[in-house]
Design a protein around this ligand. Structure first.
Ligand code: GRF
Length: 201
């Protein structure tokens, strides 16, 4: 059983997939706090509907991004969070958060890292014309989109796919993969070797 804090900025479909997995009894965890970098993120509504406490920040709060992360780290600690789950959080995590949760911040990225880093990964992969892309779950560190990889799943780009159909495929894989990886964490099956790589047993 692990206690999660979820960071988001938008629609929160990955948060919803996590909540659905909890409800279905396939994830031994709880969500103790949902933090949004935007007060109007729909993900906050999903949290409220599930009775989960929320913390909404504003653009102004990030004028000093380090102070913002100190605030977030404090709130997550007060909520008793073990693991921080970035789910469409469009901000970089800074030293105070990384130090408060060493090797305990996970992120989901809609491409096969190290390809297509950044905020427009699905569109970038589609525009490039790759035939295979996918989803990566990794640990966050100071290097954006470069932390140790925990799991990846491939998505084939077929003739006839459009950016919209590709987005749908990616998101539906995300919604399966993220709860699965969180369950591996809950079971204590994820470790990081001296080589910095993730091993799953
Ligand atoms: C997902 O595609 C995730 O990979 C990316 O941001 C998106 C978040 O979607 N980091 P949602 O807010 O969970 O619906």
């Amino acid at each position: 059983m692990i206690r999660l804090g979820v960071l988001l900025s938008g629609s929160g479909t990955n948060l919803q997939a996590i909540l659905d997995a909890l409800e279905a009894g396939v994830l031994d965890a709880s969500v103790e706090l949902v933090v949004s970098s935007r007060p109007d993120a729909y993900g906050l509504k999903r949290a409220e509907a599930a009775g989960i406490p929320t913390l909404a920040l504003t653009r102004k709060s990030y004028d000093d991004p380090v102070a913002a992360d100190e605030h977030i780290a404090r709130a997550l600690k007060q909520a008793g969070v073990d693991y921080v789950v970035m789910a469409g959080y469009m901000r970089r995590v800074r030293a105070p958060l990384l130090a408060a949760f060493p090797q305990r911040i996970v992120n989901i990225h809609p491409a096969l890292l190290p390809s297509f880093v950044g905020a427009h990964a699905i569109a970038d992969a589609f525009a490039y014309g790759v035939k295979l892309t996918g989803v990566t779950v990794h640990l966050a560190n100071e290097d954006y989109d470069k932390g140790p990889i925990i799991a990846q799943r491939a998505v084939v780009i077929e003739e006839g796919d459009t950016l919209e159909t590709l987005e749908q495929k990616i998101h539906s894989i995300e919604h399966v993969l993220y709860p699965e990886v969180l369950q591996l964490l809950a079971q204590g099956r994820v470790s990081i070797g001296n080589d910095g790589r993730v091993a799953i047993r």
